[in-house]
Design a protein. Structure first.
Ligand SMILES: [Zn+2]
Length: 125
């Protein structure tokens, strides 16, 4: 898949400050914006990468502004965690996790952030 990774993104930094989170990945179109995590560390985490690539696919499938609208509408209706686009991304991200220990799984959990954009935070590290 054709995508870009931007480290120390000002967009992701704002999200990170608002969320008071140590690390954030945020997808806008074909670009993954990172803050608090290096490209190398992000790319090492297959589950996290798969999760964000799923959001890129969703942008491609629905179109840039339409997907932002659909994502926001879904969040308002069912909440961020149950947002179907997050559920789909979470499943994509979990395919890599079957050999991990429960502790490792918990520390690598990727969560939607509660902002009406496909922004995810990660616990641990
Ligand atoms: Zn997500």
């Amino acid at each position: 898949m054709n995508y870009k990774v931007v480290e120390r993104s000002p967009f992701a930094r704002i999200a990170r400050m608002v969320l008071k989170s140590s690390n954030v990945a945020m997808v806008l179109g074909k670009t993954i914006h990172l803050s608090g995590v290096s490209r190398a560390d992000f790319l090492k985490n297959e589950g996290w990468v798969a999760h964000e690539l799923c959001h890129i696919r969703q942008f491609q499938e629905h179109g840039f502004f339409r997907f932002l609208w659909l994502y926001l509408r879904e969040s308002v209706r069912v909440g961020y965690y149950n947002n179907k686009y997050e559920v789909e991304a979470r499943i994509a991200g979990m395919k890599h996790r079957h050999q991990q220990t429960p502790a490792k799984r918990a520390s690598n959990a990727v969560d939607p952030a509660g902002i009406p954009l496909p922004i995810d935070t990660k616990k641990g590290e």
